[in-house]
Design a protein around this ligand. Structure first.
Ligand SMILES: CC(C)(COP(=O)(O)OP(=O)(O)OC[C@H]1O[C@@H](n2cnc3c(N)ncnc32)[C@H](O)[C@@H]1OP(=O)(O)O)[C@@H](O)C(=O)NCCC(=O)NCCSC(=O)CCS(=O)O
Ligand SMILES: Cc1cc2nc3c(=O)[nH]c(=O)nc-3n(C[C@H](O)[C@H](O)[C@H](O)COP(=O)(O)OP(=O)(O)OC[C@H]3O[C@@H](n4cnc5c(N)ncnc54)[C@H](O)[C@@H]3O)c2cc1C
Length: 417
């Protein structure tokens, strides 16, 4: 029988502590460039190369494809460290280990896996294209279509708020699959940018955003983009179950996004704690004022609670190898809302100095804001948590609510007869 692995008080193995220490070390370089990345609104390519060389991109890719074969939990340990220093870097590590790359590694053909693994290990952060101008939370109402013409699928539609638009090479496009004139369900289509220009038929327009300014967000128009049949990602159950199985993979990225929120909150808290000890008013360190020390205490409590939920979600990988849907949604709601509160409180501790753009606190506040919106808003994820704990579908459309009411009325009449 194999000896049980020794873990520390946090439940981490020696290898996991080493991974975290390595990430912490490299995150010092990430910290040094974070302000300039934000100011210049430029994707941090030099840092991407450093993270790729150090093996932080593609950690979760199985060894047979050249990755490190690490778990989502291992990846989470590294993502928190990068996000404390530079949330843009943290998000790059998320998308180079979870989401689209997770879906390809789970459902892809050997050729698709080879292609995706090579791109990510060389420094690509894949993009996932779900949202559309008229289909945000209601993602299943997407209109983008992939129409089969022989061995080629032709994509037409508009995607928006696509993270990495213009810098990513691998794109996982969610679209309605139409074969023989009939809609079959929602599928995943892999589109690769080979050179500097977008692939034929794809155009990209950057959206100016509030935070995480080193990471481009973009509108992406797809006009007759040709995808060979060999680049269609076919999860078990085919197109009719395509959306659900692709979302299974996306639950991993929800945990990743929750980790970035956790990391940046922890980074802001550390800056606030240090400042509260140093800064003196009324002849005393400001940390001695109960109004402030309780704020610091609440920050510490909230961060620990979020970390516990994020770790639980990351460790919950189900049969498909992805984190559990309920645990992922719970962790993301808690961590994203916590990050907004904690970064705001941290800025408050700094007083006017926190409000200056010479200081990282205002960046932390801006960077924290997106996580309760992207990847499923806090409201929509609460709907999902409610459905899963109640064990029933809670329809959001008017038609769905009316249908449910009619079904319940019919069941009531049948019971009375
Ligand atoms: C799921 C929703 C779009 C609600 O739409 P519907 O009410 O039409 O859909 P459902 O009937 O609830 O679901 C359809 C189908 O999918 C399965 N499903 C849904 N969510 C999950 C999940 N998280 N994990 C596994 N399976 C899931 C569901 O069971 C159904 O399966 P069957 O057909 O029964 O097999 C809406 O609730 C929603 O999630 N909206 C948010 C959309 C979203 O998250 N967009 C993210 C875009 S990417 C992004 O933002 C990146 C940012 S980042 O930094 O990560
Ligand atoms: C920084 C950033 C990065 C992103 N990256 C990506 C990406 O890489 N790929 C991608 O595909 N998408 C991406 N998105 C898009 C993101 O997934 C959507 O913004 C999100 O799903 C919400 O859609 P929406 O913005 O259209 O809001 P809407 O769906 O229009 O919602 C507006 C408001 O209504 C609420 N609401 C809507 N429906 C309900 C309901 N049923 N119950 C209760 N409240 C409800 C919402 O919570 C929200 O407060 C990103 C967004 C941001 C901000």
């Amino acid at each position: 029988m194999a000896a049980a692995e020794t873990t520390d008080a946090e439940g981490l193995s020696a290898a996991q502590r080493h991974l975290r220490d390595r990430a912490r070390e490299l995150a010092r370089e990430a910290a040094a460039q974070a302000a300039e990345t934000d100011r210049a609104e430029q994707y941090p390519w030099p840092m991407v190369r450093r993270m790729a060389e150090a093996g932080f991109l593609g950690m979760t890719i199985p060894r047979e494809w050249g990755g490190a074969g690490l778990s989502y939990f291992d990846a989470v340990l590294a993502i928190e460290e990068f996000s404390r220093a530079c949330a843009v870097c943290g998000r790059i590590v998320v998308e180079a280990n979870m989401g689209a790359i997770g879906a390809v590694m789970a459902y892809g053909t050997p050729e698709q896996k080879r292609l995706a693994a090579d791109l990510v290990l060389a420094g690509d952060k894949p993009a996932i294209l779900i949202t559309e101008p008229e289909a945000g939370s209601a993602a299943t109402e997407m209109r983008t279509r992939a129409v089969r013409r022989g061995d080629t699928w032709v994509l037409d539609g508009d995607k928006t708020w696509i993270t990495g638009g213009g810098v990513s090479r691998l794109h996982l496009v969610f679209a309605r699959a139409v074969e023989d004139g009939e809609e079959k369900g929602i599928g995943g289509f892999l589109v690769v940018r080979e050179g500097d220009a977008p692939p034929p038929g794809m155009s990209v327009r950057r959206i100016p955003s509030m935070g995480l300014r080193g990471m481009p967000e973009a509108e992406i128009a797809l006009r007759g983009v040709a995808v060979p049949d060999a680049m269609v990602l076919r999860p078990p159950g085919g197109f009719p179950r395509g959306f659900g199985r692709l979302m299974d993979a996306y639950n991993g990225q929800r945990v990743g996004a929750a980790t970035v929120a956790l990391g940046l909150a922890a980074g802001a808290y550390e800056h606030a704690l240090g400042y509260a000890r140093r800064r003196r008013q009324f002849g005393r360190p400001i940390a001695e004022f109960q109004g402030l020390s309780w704020m610091l205490a609440d920050m510490a409590i909230e961060i620990e609670a979020a970390r516990a939920m994020v770790w639980r979600a990351a460790r919950s990988a189900g049969p498909a190898g992805f984190p559990d849907r309920l645990a992922a949604a719970q962790a993301k709601v808690l961590a994203s809302e916590m990050a907004i509160r904690v970064t705001n409180a941290a800025l408050q501790v700094w007083g006017a100095a926190g409000y200056s753009r010479d200081n990282p606190m205002e960046r932390y506040v801006r960077d924290a804001r997106m996580f309760a919106i992207a990847g499923g808003t806090a409201q929509v994820l609460r709907n999902q948590v409610a459905e899963l704990i109640l064990g029933r579908k809670l329809p959001q459309t008017r038609e769905g609510v009316l249908r449910l009411a009619a079904e319940e009325a019919a069941a009531g009449r049948a019971a009375a007869e």
